[in-house]
Write a new protein. Structure first.
Length: 173
């Protein structure tokens, strides 16, 4: 179940990234409307991980557990940052304690540290795979980010100031 969940999640993520960064060749479909290139690349990368773990279900489960707890830690950490810096500015439907969120985050980080210390081989494999994917993501986002192209087309701040100063209109949008 863990491999299936990871496979589906990675396929969805690759599809979203391909749409965002314009890798249309990667999301081309076959006559059955399958994203076969994404599925084949996911199968290739997952096979590499299975070979690295020598097919050990225990190692795969440990890597999955580390990744899952790390994901929870990152999400809770982001929630804490949001809640402490922007969370009270907007009307919230539900009230949750910041202290409770912080305590839950500390518990999750403690679980991650325990797993990382207790399962060093899985930690190294998880860290290596995560690091490689992070580097690949930074390289792709840095070179092909749509925002960078749009920012290059925008006027500078001084152009905007001069335009507003020279305008005779009483109201500008």
């Amino acid at each position: 179940m863990a491999v299936n969940t990871a496979y589906v999640a990675s396929s969805e993520l690759l599809e979203r990234v391909a749409h965002r960064y314009g890798f249309h060749w990667f999301i081309a479909v076959n006559r059955r409307h399958s994203l076969y290139r994404i599925h084949l690349s996911s199968a290739f990368f997952f096979s590499i991980i299975v070979v690295l773990t020598m097919g050990s279900q225990e190692e795969l489960a440990n890597m999955y557990a580390l990744g899952l707890v790390a994901s929870f830690c990152i999400n809770m950490g982001s929630l804490i940052l949001y809640r402490y810096f922007k969370g009270t500015a907007e009307g919230m439907t539900y009230y949750t304690s910041r202290l409770g969120t912080l305590i839950l985050w500390i518990i999750l980080v403690s679980c991650f540290v325990f797993l990382a210390i207790d399962k060093p081989h899985a930690t190294m494999l998880w860290g290596a795979v995560t690091g490689m994917m992070l580097i690949a993501g930074v390289l792709v986002a840095g070179n092909g980010a749509p925002e960078i192209k749009e920012l290059g087309l925008a006027d500078s701040q001084m152009d905007l100031v001069f335009f507003l100063a020279e305008s005779d209109a009483s109201e500008l949008q």
